[in-house]
Structure formats: C-alpha cells, structure tokens
Design a binder for this molecule. Structure first.
Ligand SMILES: NC(=O)c1ccc[n+]([C@@H]2O[C@H](COP(=O)([O-])OP(=O)(O)OC[C@H]3O[C@@H](n4cnc5c(N)ncnc54)[C@H](O)[C@@H]3O)[C@@H](O)[C@H]2O)c1
Length: 262
C-alpha cells in the first residue's frame, strides 16, 4: 500500500531517467509534488511536462554546489523538501585496476560520492530548521560487496553507505533521517548501456538481468522506487542510517546456490 503524499514535496537527482524517474512518477502518482534535477535537460523537461503541474525540472549537476543551492531554493518557506533522493549516477571508470587513469577515478568519485555529499549537506541545511525530513541515497549492492561493480564504482558506493551511517548519527537528534537504498542490477539506461552498448535498449537490459537472476525476474526501476519511497515515508520513521538491498536475494545473500537443505 502506498502512502498518501498529498502536500508532500521531494527533490530527486538523476530524476530524468531510470530509478530517479520512477521515484518522480511514484511520488506524483501518490499526490506529492517533485522537483526533478538532472543534467539531461531534454529528458528531464519532457518527464516534468508529462507528469503535469506537480512536477518541475531544474538543471542540477550534482558535482556543482551552486546547482544544489538553486535547486533547494525552489522550495517555498520554510524552504525544504520533505524528501531528498540523492540518486544521480553512472558506471564511471571500468577495467583493470592497473589500467585505471587518475582522471577517470577522480571523475567517478566526484559524481557518485562528492555529488551525494553536496546534496546531503544542502538537504540537511534546508531541513534542520524545520526538524523533519528524510534523505535517501541510491547506493548499490556494490555498497556492501566487492566484485559486483567496477573498482571506482564499488569504492564510491561503499563510501556513500559510510557517509549515510555517519550522517545518520548526527542528524537523528535533529528529527531527520538518512538511509541508503541498495539496488542490484536494475533495468535502466545504465544497465542497458552495459548490456548492449545502447542506453535506450531497455529490452537488452531486461533480458540480461532476467537471465542472471535466480528467479528469472529482473529488478525494475519501479521496484527500487517503491523501496526508496518506503525509506522516505512514515513507515520508516524509526529507520535511520541503514541500507535496504533490492536485488531479489541474488547478489548479497551469500548462500545463493549453496543451500544444503533444499
Ligand atoms: N541500474 C542499475 O543496475 C543500478 C544498480 C545499482 C545502483 N544503481 C544506481 O542507481 C542510480 C540511478 O541509476 P539508473 O540505473 O537509474 O541509471 P540512469 O542512467 O537511467 O539514470 C541516471 C541519471 O543520472 C543523471 N546524471 C548523470 N550524471 C549526473 C550529474 N552529474 N548530475 C545530475 N544528474 C546526473 C543522468 O542524466 C540520468 O538521468 C545511480 O546512482 C546508480 O549508480 C543503478
């Protein structure tokens, strides 16, 4: 069952596509209003137009602090969204560790870790005076286990979870919460690019992830959005500083395929 989000506001980064777009869709479908932040102006504006007056698009590069300042200024006094979803991301540097270039490494951490840090900083600044608000970072199964993603991606997503745990201790007493939703391979432009080289080929991502899943069912962006909205909502009122893995049990449960009693 979905919470009624009438009168509730949210900012979602990376909201033009995939998991972020699914969060924006779910949030507005439940009666809330959303600001979609992204660097893909064409897709972001098109999604906001499709969702109607309860959605707005702002250009928000998560590596630019001034973009966050402008995005948070979007919310009327007392000046804070009820929920902030730090979701923007990309695969970043790939390949063997010995071949990693410094620039690719730095760029991956800048996007995935510094981008989340800057958003968390400005969300807490905005939410703290009001004494309420929830932050949900999109981590990954690569936040909790090595070997599932590229090196820089895994390092950055582990660090995002560490930042979530650290910030939760500070902001709990302010009446704020922060958690991490940790998807496994999810059908989106990101996984389509990995599956076929074409980020628009969602069918290729669907087929690849279905074949890799023990259930034959791939995780969808909407599956992750529902978990993210749960973490942002009243049902998670006592949940702070943790991560919720959304992978059908495929990647993070260590006993997969090794149960001796089945
Ligand atoms: N798809 C998966 O398999 C998967 C698994 C685990 C975690 N994730 C994480 O989920 C999040 C969303 O990814 P997705 O799968 O929906 O991919 P996606 O490619 O569909 O969406 C990512 C969005 O982030 C935006 N973006 C990229 N750089 C940005 C920047 N500097 N500032 C603002 N926006 C930026 C892109 O324009 C795009 O709209 C990412 O953090 C990703 O690491 C994805």
């Amino acid at each position: 069952m979905q919470d009624d989000l009438t009168g509730r506001t949210a900012l979602v980064t990376g909201g033009a596509s995939g998991i972020g777009a699914a969060i924006a869709r779910r949030w507005t479908a439940a009666g809330g209003s959303v600001v979609i932040g992204d660097v893909d102006d064409r897709r972001g504006a098109a999604l906001a137009a499709e969702l109607g007056p309860s959605a707005a698009y702002v250009h928000l590069d998560v590596t630019r602090e001034e973009d966050y300042e402008a995005a948070f200024a979007h919310f009327e006094a007392p000046g804070a969204p009820d929920a902030f979803f730090a979701n923007a991301g990309a695969v970043g540097a790939t390949g063997r560790i010995e071949d990693h270039g410094r620039d690719a490494w730095d760029g991956t951490l800048e996007l995935l870790l510094t981008g989340a840090f800057l958003g968390i900083k400005h969300a807490v600044r905005a939410m703290r005076p009001r004494g309420s608000g929830a932050i949900v970072c999109t981590g990954s199964v690569a936040s909790v286990r090595g070997g599932l993603g590229p090196h820089a991606y895994t390092a950055a997503k582990h660090a995002v979870l560490g930042l979530v745990e650290s910030v939760a201790v500070e902001i709990g007493p302010y009446g704020l919460r922060i958690n991490c939703v940790a998807p496994g391979g999810t059908v989106s432009a990101l996984s389509a690019g990995l599956a076929s080289g074409d980020p628009d080929d969602l069918d290729a991502a669907h087929a690849r992830l279905a074949a890799a899943s023990s259930s034959g069912v791939p995780t969808t962006a909407d599956d992750v959005a529902r978990a993210a909205l749960f973490l942002a909502g009243p049902g998670a009122a006592r949940i702070n500083g943790t991560r919720l893995v959304v992978d059908g049990g495929d990647d993070v449960l260590p006993a997969r395929g090794r149960s001796y009693y089945l």
